[in-house]
Design a protein around this ligand. Structure first.
Ligand SMILES: NC(=O)c1ccc[n+]([C@@H]2O[C@H](COP(=O)([O-])OP(=O)(O)OC[C@H]3O[C@@H](n4cnc5c(N)ncnc54)[C@H](O)[C@@H]3O)[C@@H](O)[C@H]2O)c1
Length: 254
């Protein structure tokens, strides 16, 4: 992919299923990656896997809901690797339940992780990109934010919020030459999805999902990094404010 080698990237949730694959792919493209994850062991495991493959990555144990801590971690990464060229907001979390069976403390947690956290990262990282007049942001939302998803009401609201936020920031940052785009995975086999599929109806839901996906299977974490690398590259320089699903055709829009 053109224009990635020698650049820097922060990947939030880089210790998780999709985030780890994104870190591996960006470092294969010779980028220097900051693995931001609140799970310190997972962040380190990703950084170790990158190092074993000959790439450059540094782990940061960071909770993206803590604005001050994000600022400190971004400064530490920039001191080590240089200014952030690419930001991938990938960290996310959900607890599957029908909305009417949930209570406000769960909504607060979902909003903090899936909406406030990425907003924190944008506020801190985009200032530097604005001053440097270059940068790329790729936000990992979800098809739940485009088309809705039962048992994911507040999560879907956050992901839909991220889509709208990205489009607005793409407009605000265009004059600085900074682009922002969204990738929406469909159901993808990661620890996040297994918490859902472990339930009593799990296997039935899994088979039903497989049947309804035109390409005949659920997503794998390594289905996502290709589009992330593309959107971060010079090949996507004229794309901004766009939303792209990677869902095996489960969702299609004109
Ligand atoms: N797996 C799917 O089916 C699916 C579908 C659509 C969208 N997504 C989105 O893809 C992204 C990655 O999800 P995944 O499936 O790889 O999940 P995952 O649970 O495997 O990984 C998520 C990672 O984010 C980290 N994280 C969670 N809260 C954090 C916080 N407050 N601060 C820092 N790190 C935090 C976790 O420690 C974990 O390592 C998420 O944004 C998710 O919403 C996943």
């Amino acid at each position: 992919m053109r224009g990635l080698a020698g650049k820097t990237a922060i990947v939030t949730g880089g210790g998780g299923g999709i985030g780890r694959e994104i870190c591996l792919r960006l470092t294969q493209e010779e980028m220097h990656v900051g693995v931001f994850d609140k799970n310190a062991d997972a962040a380190k495991a990703t950084a170790d896997a990158v190092a074993a493959a000959g790439g450059k990555a540094a782990p940061y144990a960071i909770d993206i809901t803590d604005y001050a801590a994000v600022g400190t971690a971004v400064a530490a990464f920039e001191a080590e690797a240089g200014p952030v060229d690419v930001l991938v907001n990938n960290a996310g979390w959900d607890k599957f339940a029908y909305f009417l069976a949930t209570e406000p403390p769960l909504w607060d947690q979902l909003i903090a992780i899936n909406l406030q956290g990425p907003i924190n990262l944008h506020h801190i990282v985009l200032k530097g990109m604005d001053a440097r007049k270059r940068g790329r942001v790729v936000n990992i939302a979800s098809d739940a934010g485009r088309v809705g998803s039962s048992m994911e009401a507040v999560y879907s609201a956050c992901k839909g919020g991220i889509i709208a936020f990205t489009k607005t920031m793409a407009r605000e940052m265009a004059r600085a030459g900074v682009t922002l785009n969204v990738v929406c995975p469909g159901p993808t086999e990661t620890p996040l999805l297994s918490t859902f599929l472990e339930g009593p109806q799990g296997q039935r839901v899994y088979e039903g999902l497989k049947r309804s996906i035109p390409l005949g299977r659920l997503g794998r974490p390594d289905d996502i990094p290709g589009i992330v690398a593309f959107l971060a590259s010079d090949d996507a320089a004229f794309m901004t404010g766009q939303v792209i699903s990677v869902s095996g055709g489960l969702t299609m829009n004109g």
